[in-house]
Design a protein around this ligand. Structure first.
Ligand code: PSU
Ligand code: MN
Length: 311
């Protein structure tokens, strides 16, 4: 536990008693989804996590204060905000100095959550290596941050808008453990199979919890390279995937339109996501919501299994 950071009351009690807690990021609520779908999703995620027996802890910066475990009033403010700053880990002290509000990415959420002792975190897709990174060096700080952050991130891989295989290679370089949940393929978010084979597969929350316990043991022993995050890749079931033809067409036309309109750098992802939403008639949003709900459930199951491990 940590005297420096503000922790929601229920989260603090759960951590003090060794209970299960699941961290949730706020960038996906503030930037990844429109209002009111984001508010509805936040409510659902909390209910899903509680239903499994864990406590949800949404992370964000409110009026310059990083908070692990937002209350209802702050959540209501977050989901309605337009253009709230998106804060990676390095941005946290700057937003604090300004007293501003901000949404936390995977990097900053993982860093804050791990600092207070949270072991599991649910999100949709990880940030990763962007297409064209060979020229632009555009790679999310999510990857480097996870290399030294001892928690489990449940996600559906990375979106196909990114360079999926380069992202998997960088996770290897950075000593971030990656395992598939009931799959041996790294998922591409909208599709089950992102085109990359995985070395490790887990089939139960208990087996994931044992890997987390072993990681913490190696970390406590001072073993370098083995004490960082575990990315638990949880793909959609076949029947929930975005149709392959629809997906491939949306990706191809989106990349082409981005080039034609001179969209580059940071603007590419929001442009492509809006394009996906439009040309799939809202299907990509439906898939996005399904992914986050499933990841919240699995993260809660892992958190509960971890809390039940013999001391
Ligand atoms: N990928 C998604 N949805 C998201 C994000 C990534 O499929 O909402 C968000 C997450 O918060 C992630 C961040 O941590 O974007 C990565 O942004 P950047 O590439 O700027 O680091
Ligand atoms: Mn970037």
């Amino acid at each position: 536990m940590n005297g420096q950071l503000r922790i929601g009351e229920e989260v603090r009690d759960a951590l003090a008693s060794g209970g299960a807690v699941v961290a949730l990021e706020s960038t996906l609520l503030a930037h990844g989804l429109p209002f009111p779908e984001n508010e509805e999703l936040a409510r659902e995620l909390n209910a899903i996590i509680r239903g499994v027996g864990a406590v949800p802890a949404t992370v964000a910066v409110v009026a310059g204060e990083p908070i692990v475990g937002l209350d209802d009033a702050s959540m209501a403010r977050l989901v309605r905000s337009h253009g709230m700053a998106k804060l990676s880990a390095r941005d946290l002290p700057l937003a604090m100095a300004r007293g501003s509000d901000g949404a936390t990415t995977v990097a900053s959420t993982a860093a804050l959550s791990a600092a207070v002792g949270i072991k599991t975190f649910a999100t949709g897709g990880l940030g990763g290596v962007h297409r064209g990174a060979r020229e632009t060096y555009d790679e999310s700080a999510d990857l480097a941050t996870l290399s030294n952050t001892p928690l489990t991130v449940v996600c559906a891989g990375v979106k196909s808008l990114l360079d999926i295989s380069a992202t998997v290679e960088r996770l290897e370089t950075l000593n971030v453990a990656v395992a598939g949940y009931r799959t041996d393929r790294f998922p591409g978010f909208y599709r089950r199979d992102g085109g990359v084979a995985l070395d490790w597969t887990f089939d139960t929350p208990e087996s994931v919890a044992r890997a987390m316990r072993a990681r913490d043991r190696l970390r406590a022993a001072g073993v370098s390279g083995a004490g960082g995050a575990l990315v638990l890749a949880n793909p959609l079931p076949v029947e929930a995937e975005l149709d392959e033809v629809m997906h491939d067409a949306a990706l191809a036309s989106g990349l082409e339109a981005a080039t034609a309109q001179g969209i580059s750098g940071k603007a590419v992802t929001p442009f492509l996501l809006a394009h996906f939403h439009r040309v799939t008639g809202g299907e990509s949003l439906r898939v996005n919501l399904a992914i986050v709900r499933r990841n919240a459930r699995l993260a809660a199951e892992v958190a509960v299994a971890h809390a039940r491990l013999p001391k």
